[in-house]
Design a protein around this ligand. Structure first.
Ligand SMILES: Nc1ncnc2c1ncn2[C@@H]1O[C@H](COP(=O)(O)OP(=O)(O)OP(=O)(O)O)[C@@H](O)[C@H]1O
Ligand SMILES: [Mg+2]
Length: 276
């Protein structure tokens, strides 16, 4: 608990504009409405209603198996790839249901990009990794591609380290660099939302800190939803936090409030380490 308070204070000291009144709720980017989700017979999400504000960081926390990744993946229909899944309810992206039959899933995933826990660069050059998405979307112009690659690597805070070795294999990068490369890859298709599932859990403290700084910078331009097991991390990087338990959303609110004065006893028990 003391650690989390310190994390919140550090975050404020780092220049978060939220100040004492907490972050201002911006325009809603994503909204889940009464979302139920099933893997075959097993229901993994129960009646989730939640907003994700634009250009802010929303953290999803909760014990293992509570549905964080499942919920994250419903936001760009990544669960569609899993056989036998279904949902009821709605997920609205700027007020349009992403599960509508007329939605182009490729276009959706361009707008709502994803970064996974274990970064998995393709066994290709650094350049080709970042250019991958734009090429899939039909971009062929070499100069334009080079510009996008550079811009994405600058945004993911990797450019300085790799600018002279863009033709080298991405597999030769360190774990932390690979994770930033995967963030660059996600940024290259110019998304509006970035979904991150435990993006730093496999990294050392220095690389983790770089990723956290990066998330802080990225929220100026992107809506970010991050799953993390690490409550200190949630407290440090997020504006809003949602606590999930057994497939249900127990509480969602300002990060500072949720970690210092939650409404629900279950949240209190979790953040004070009584379970999970
Ligand atoms: N591909 C899948 N097929 C069937 N059931 C799944 C699948 N993925 C997750 N589940 C089930 O859905 C529930 C929620 O899992 P999920 O992976 O969303 O939890 P989580 O909160 O991300 O956990 P963790 O912190 O361990 O990553 C669990 O009961 C899990 O067993
Ligand atoms: Mg998970």
């Amino acid at each position: 608990m003391a650690d989390i308070s310190a994390s919140i204070q550090n975050r404020d000291a780092a220049g978060d504009s939220s100040g004492e009144a907490g972050p201002v709720e911006q325009t809603t980017m994503i909204e889940a409405r009464n979302l139920d989700f099933y893997y075959g017979e097993n229901q993994a999400l129960f009646d989730i209603s939640m907003v994700v504000p634009q250009r802010a960081v929303t953290a999803l926390i909760g014990p293992s198996g509570c549905g964080k990744s499942t919920f994250l993946r419903t936001l760009n229909r990544m669960n569609d790839i899993v056989e036998g899944t279904r949902h009821t309810g709605e997920v609205l992206l700027e007020n349009e249901d992403i599960y509508d039959s007329n939605v182009d899933v490729v276009e959706l995933r361009k707008r709502v990009g994803m970064v996974f826990q274990k970064s998995t660069p393709f066994p290709k050059s650094i350049f080709d990794n970042v250019a991958y998405g734009p090429r899939i979307h039909g971009m062929r112009d070499r100069a334009q591609l080079a510009e996008i690659v550079e811009k994405s690597l600058i945004r993911s805070a990797l450019w300085k380290e790799v600018k002279d070795r863009l033709k080298d294999s991405a597999m030769a990068l360190s774990g932390g660099q690979q994770q930033r490369l995967c963030i660059a890859r996600a940024l290259a298709t110019d998304p509006e939302v970035l979904l991150m599932d435990e993006p730093a859990s496999a990294l050392d403290p220095a690389s983790t800190s770089r990723i956290e700084d990066l998330i802080f910078e990225l929220k100026e331009n992107y809506t970010i939803v991050i799953v993390t097991h690490n409550m200190q991390q949630a407290a440090r990087v997020s504006d809003f936090t949602a606590f999930f338990y057994e497939g249900r959303l127990i509480e969602r609110g300002d990060t500072e409030k949720l970690f210092t004065n939650p409404d629900e006893k279950q949240t209190q028990d979790y953040i004070t380490g009584r379970f999970g």
